[in-house]
Design a protein around this ligand. Structure first.
Ligand code: NAP
Length: 186
């Protein structure tokens, strides 16, 4: 029986956008199946992480349906020890041969664990960025709607995601919790 080659693509997807879809299509050209790790799964209701893991699972699963790629979508909470993170990820996901990431810490941790890491291409980064989308949402600029797949737009509407982002952005609870992990937040 032929061995299935799986790749892991990990990101926070706050929210999932067209840039992520383009990366996924490139990855799908190199592996049989893609594991999508929803990073920082414990985070939500914060200015830089407004959506829950469940909401992000919904966004990603609806968007990949349209792409026709075989995927496994797995929420992954952060752990407070970087040295244990790769084992933590492996304990939650189906086996994989290669990791796709541009994040220096992610690359280093998988490299040290002897797992192949491939850099993902950057697609129109000025336009497609989670940070930019959250900023447009906060400034009442409808332009963000062109930057996410229609399926994701529907999820954000269903959960009143923009309303939440605006409400929490003024509260103390929306501040970053400082930890080893938040040091790497853009
Ligand atoms: P991230 O913190 O979600 O994103 C970092 C930046 O890279 C974001 O601006 C993101 O943009 C951008 N980016 C991601 N993929 C890109 C691509 N293909 N092209 C262009 N820009 C891209 O980090 P991440 O690497 O995507 O996700 C890593 C996850 O692993 C995080 O949740 C992190 O907390 C977790 N982690 C945890 C530990 C631990 O628990 N000890 C250790 C290492 C990593 P967008 O916002 O537009 O996606």
């Amino acid at each position: 029986m032929e061995r299935v080659c799986r790749g892991l693509y990990i990101g926070r997807f706050q929210p999932y956008h067209m840039g992520h879809s383009q990366v996924l299509q490139v990855i799908a050209g190199s592996v049989d199946e893609v594991i999508i790790g929803i990073g920082s799964a414990q985070r939500s209701h914060q200015k830089s992480d407004p959506f829950t893991a469940g909401e992000r699972v919904l966004m990603v699963s609806r968007a990949v349906e349209e792409l026709g790629i075989k995927t496994y979508i797995i929420p992954i909470e952060d752990v407070h020890r970087n040295s244990l993170w790769v084992s933590h990820v492996k304990s939650l996901t189906p086996p994989f041969e290669v990791v796709y990431s541009n994040n220096p810490l992610v690359k280093e941790l998988f490299h040290e664990a002897g797992i192949e890491v491939v850099e993902t291409p950057l697609f129109n980064r000025e336009r497609y960025s989670g940070k930019r989308i959250r900023r447009l949402m906060l400034s009442d600029d409808e332009g963000w709607k062109d930057l996410v797949p229609t399926s994701v737009l529907r999820v954000i509407d269903e959960i009143d995601g923009v309303g939440r982002l605006r409400r929490i952005s003024g509260s103390d609870d929306s501040r970053e919790v400082h930890s080893e992990v938040s040091e790497m937040r853009p």
